[in-house]
Design a protein. Structure first.
Length: 132
């Protein structure tokens, strides 16, 4: 799973996004992609929804790519103002993606979704094919 996710595109950030309110799984599944599309229409993301451990509701763990000139601090501020706490960190290596997949995606009852812009997915396929 980690190799597949890592091969989808170049991931720039890993983010952890919470909600001030008790977000249902359906609300979480809807609000995170809407937020990302509002930032930059062609951002790439892979996100997993996880139930909150200490209260009702859900939160998001995400890989984000194709950020270009977008700044983590600006994204942090916009999410915080709209929804609540979050943390966004740079991806430094394939090991970061592997840990993400092992911790959030491969869990029992995990729900996840992915969005990769056409140009990024074609590039990832070309790189995979050439590298094999």
């Amino acid at each position: 799973m980690s190799e597949w996710v890592n091969g989808l595109c170049k991931w720039d950030w890993i983010g952890h996004f919470t909600f001030r309110f008790e977000a249902s799984i359906w609300s979480t599944q809807k609000r995170f992609p809407e937020f990302m599309r509002d930032l930059v229409p062609d951002l790439n993301w892979f996100f997993a929804v996880e139930q909150n451990p200490s209260r009702d509701g859900h939160h998001v763990h995400a890989l984000i790519g194709n950020v270009r000139e977008l700044r983590r601090k600006a994204v942090w501020r916009q999410w915080f103002e709209r929804y609540g706490r979050n943390r966004i960190e740079p991806i430094r290596s394939f090991a970061d993606v592997s840990r993400y997949c092992a911790k959030y995606v491969c869990k029992e009852r995990a729900w996840w979704d992915v969005r990769v812009a056409r140009a990024a997915s074609v590039e990832a396929v070309a790189e995979f094919s050439l590298g094999s």
